[in-house]
Design a protein around this ligand. Structure first.
Ligand SMILES: NC(=O)c1ccc[n+]([C@@H]2O[C@H](COP(=O)([O-])OP(=O)(O)OC[C@H]3O[C@@H](n4cnc5c(N)ncnc54)[C@H](OP(=O)(O)O)[C@@H]3O)[C@@H](O)[C@H]2O)c1
Length: 328
């Protein structure tokens, strides 16, 4: 699906107006040019920019289904077994619920299963969901879990666990080196390590899909738009997601011969602890972010449909939650 299809009506008209203004100089025309190339209207951007991507909005407001068109377009489920990292809260928990509701078996991993109250409640009533302990910054734990799951094919491996890092610590006044190492370890290195460790199990499955949950912050093309929409310059987070993109893109091409489809998927701006943290940081600076967010359920619904529809030809791509391609 071309990226522009995620945008309709009002946003498209604004693209035209932005194009007319772009004859003069300054950051707004520059951003307009950038976004026009990306097929994004300025009003749409202001309305939806994220710790993630802009795609999925219509005319500056999110459709109730997160930008997916209508119920008529809803495909039949294509269930298999999914493994999700960082699934005790936020987007990860919503992904587990969504996979489960569409008939998938789900291996929900998290750092501390004993404290994962909502996951444990889900397991009680849904035998297709199991919980496994996994800290993605612990290589030995990754290897142990992969060995224990040997013989259990994984159709969709979703590298969701992530951290934003402290926003002050990654401002130009901070640039805290330990914080940088932590953010890179969890957001960039761990998804590659997890993907490598579970590769044989994915390659043995029917669907053979690996997903890295990325962000619009990781797009070189869009980073100016993120700031223009009121989000902070989050150096470490942005660098970590760009590194994730490159790592899994290399991984995608190296493993294409095993018929594994690997993509980067951006969830959109989603109302989770991470999104609330960035908003509270900006409010504290007196510059609150007012653009709307998706609920975790809306984002997860769109992403699971995109995962179910993934085709081998999309290997190595960077996609928005609704499957629209995002420029690097
Ligand atoms: N929310 C957004 O608007 C947005 C936009 C774009 C991209 N994203 C991306 O979406 C993903 C999920 O974000 P979210 O918004 O749901 O964030 P969140 O509410 O802060 O949840 C983060 C999840 O990652 C887990 N996690 C962190 N470090 C971990 C580790 N070392 N090992 C295992 N799990 C770990 C957390 O587990 P604990 O409970 O143990 O801390 C938690 O389950 C992240 O990759 C994020 O970068 C989010």
């Amino acid at each position: 699906m071309p990226y522009r299809e995620a945008w309709t009506g009002h946003a498209a008209q604004l693209d035209g107006r932005a194009a007319a203004r772009s004859a003069s100089s300054g950051w707004i025309p520059a951003a307009a040019r950038l976004l026009r190339v990306a097929g994004v209207g300025l009003a749409g951007v202001a309305a939806v920019w994220v710790l993630g991507s802009a795609a999925g909005a219509t005319g500056g407001a999110f459709a109730a289904d997160g930008g997916l068109s209508t119920a008529a377009a809803e495909p039949a489920p294509n269930p298999g077994t999914a493994l999700v990292t960082g699934s005790d809260r936020g987007i990860g928990l919503a992904l587990v619920r969504e996979f489960q509701s569409r008939g998938w078996r789900v291996i929900a991993t998290c750092r501390d299963p004993q404290k994962a109250t909502e996951l444990n409640e889900l397991v009680k009533t849904h035998p297709g969901v199991s919980v496994e302990k996994l800290d993605v910054s612990d290589n030995a734990a990754i290897e142990r879990l992969a060995a224990r799951l040997k013989g259990h094919p994984i159709d969709a491996l979703v590298n969701n666990a992530g951290v934003s890092g402290s926003f002050a610590g990654q401002s130009l006044a901070g640039l805290d080196a330990e914080e940088f190492a932590k953010v890179l370890r969890v957001n960039s290195y761990a998804p590659l390590k997890v993907s490598a460790a579970f590769l044989d199990l994915v390659a043995a499955s029917r669907q053979r899909k690996i997903i890295g949950i990325s962000s619009g912050y990781g797009s070189l093309a869009f980073v100016q738009g993120v700031a223009a929409a009121g989000y902070p310059y989050a150096y470490f987070y942005a660098m970590s997601k760009a590194a994730l993109n490159m790592g899994l893109r290399e991984f995608a091409f190296e493993n294409a011969s095993r018929h594994v489809t690997t993509v980067l998927l951006s969830p959109g701006a989603v109302d989770t602890d991470m999104q609330r943290d960035v908003r509270s940081y900006m409010s504290g600076l007196g510059r609150p972010i007012r653009s709307p967010t998706l609920t975790p359920a809306q984002s997860a619904h769109a992403m699971v449909l995109t995962i179910e529809r993934l085709k081998p030809g999309e290997n190595g791509k960077f996609l928005a939650q609704n499957g629209a391609e995002i420029p690097w």
